[in-house]
Design a protein around this ligand. Structure first.
Ligand code: PMV
Length: 319
């Protein structure tokens, strides 16, 4: 079978700028793609259908994807075949090689990005260019099965690769960023425990709604305020304003108990080195934090993060 071009498909990482955890309770959140960190899926012709996850050594065959009960990648491939009514007859005679630059379990959406890249490659191997709305629904379905009840923010920002203002259940709103800005993403090196953290916030909420509800609402107000700052190019100190909002958001996440000593250490180091603001990003309890910097200070903040224990620092421009 001659393969049509392109044969390599991809999807980016993401970071949540504002609103993690509160988004699960209907509050708005803002997330942006990190286009420099990507998951890739490359198709080549083969005698038998096979998915090779190069980073983990996992190999999936036709049998695995027909069953597809307890594996996220197999389920993703299965749902794509089902969407194109291809479950019987057999899947296409291709090998799909998966690789990812996105560290797993760190709040950067690695699972959703790999699933999205795989979905695009599977669809292409069947002769289709998959619509983003369809892909988003299918990636969410996989996230839901394997990650509890996610809000849907990860799959949405990753599939559309655009900054978004996200409210659970509401139509997706793309965000127009008036002035591009730089973020440093600092990795604690510890696995983020999103599922545990989401469960713990739920327990806190159920135990004392009167205490927790205002925290969630304040996080929502911060996301709303940040949206207007991001969209309004005329404000005098966009960095300062956004940075203050990030710091406030981090303090509220601490009250929800989802930070960690390592995250707090990196957040403080970034601020001390001059960052306009810093906060944990994603589920917390490990994983990554983000710091708002300008080009002049980026290097010193990066050095401070590494000195404070970050195992990796990634710079990204949000535009
Ligand atoms: O850890 P991440 O980046 O997958 O983000 C989780 C974000 C939460 O708001 C904590 C959960 C969710 O489903 O939105």
């Amino acid at each position: 079978m001659a393969l049509q071009k392109p044969t390599v498909f991809s999807a980016p990482a993401k970071v949540i700028l504002f609103g993690e955890h509160a988004v699960v309770y209907g509050q708005p959140a803002i997330a942006v793609p990190v286009s420099s960190l990507r998951a890739h899926a490359e198709i080549s012709t083969a005698a038998l259908f096979q998915i090779d996850a190069l980073d983990t050594g996992q190999i999936l065959t036709e049998k695995d994807i027909q069953q597809a009960v307890d594996d996220a990648l197999a389920r993703m491939a299965h749902l794509i075949l089902e969407h194109y009514h291809q479950i019987a007859p057999a899947p296409p005679l291709v090998r799909i090689a998966l690789s990812s630059q996105i560290p797993p379990a760190s709040g950067l959406g690695s699972g959703a990005a790999v699933a999205a890249a795989l979905g695009r490659a599977m669809a292409a191997a069947l002769g289709h260019s998959i619509d983003n709305d369809v892909l988003n629904t299918i990636v969410y379905e996989v996230e839901r099965i394997f990650h509890g009840t996610p809000s849907g923010i990860d799959n949405t920002v990753i599939v559309y690769e655009q900054p978004i203002y996200f409210v659970r259940g509401a139509p997706i709103e793309r965000l127009k960023i008036a002035q591009p800005f730089h973020l440093l993403i600092g990795d604690t090196g510890q696995k983020g425990l999103t599922r545990v953290a989401v469960g713990d916030v739920r327990a806190l909420y159920e135990a004392d709604r009167e205490e927790i509800t205002p925290i969630l609402e304040q996080i929502g107000q911060i996301a709303t305020q940040a949206r207007s700052n991001l969209e309004d190019g005329d404000i005098s100190h966009p960095y300062t304003d956004l940075g203050v909002l990030m710091n406030k958001n981090h303090a509220l996440l601490q009250r929800l108990t989802v930070s960690s000593p390592e995250l707090d250490r990196l957040v403080s180091a970034a601020r001390d080195a001059g960052a306009y603001g810093a906060k944990l990003s994603g589920g917390g309890r490990g994983g990554n934090m983000i710091a708002l910097v300008d080009a002049a200070m980026a290097q010193s903040v990066r050095d401070a993060l590494l000195k404070a224990g970050a195992v990796r620092v990634t710079q990204t421009e949000v535009r």
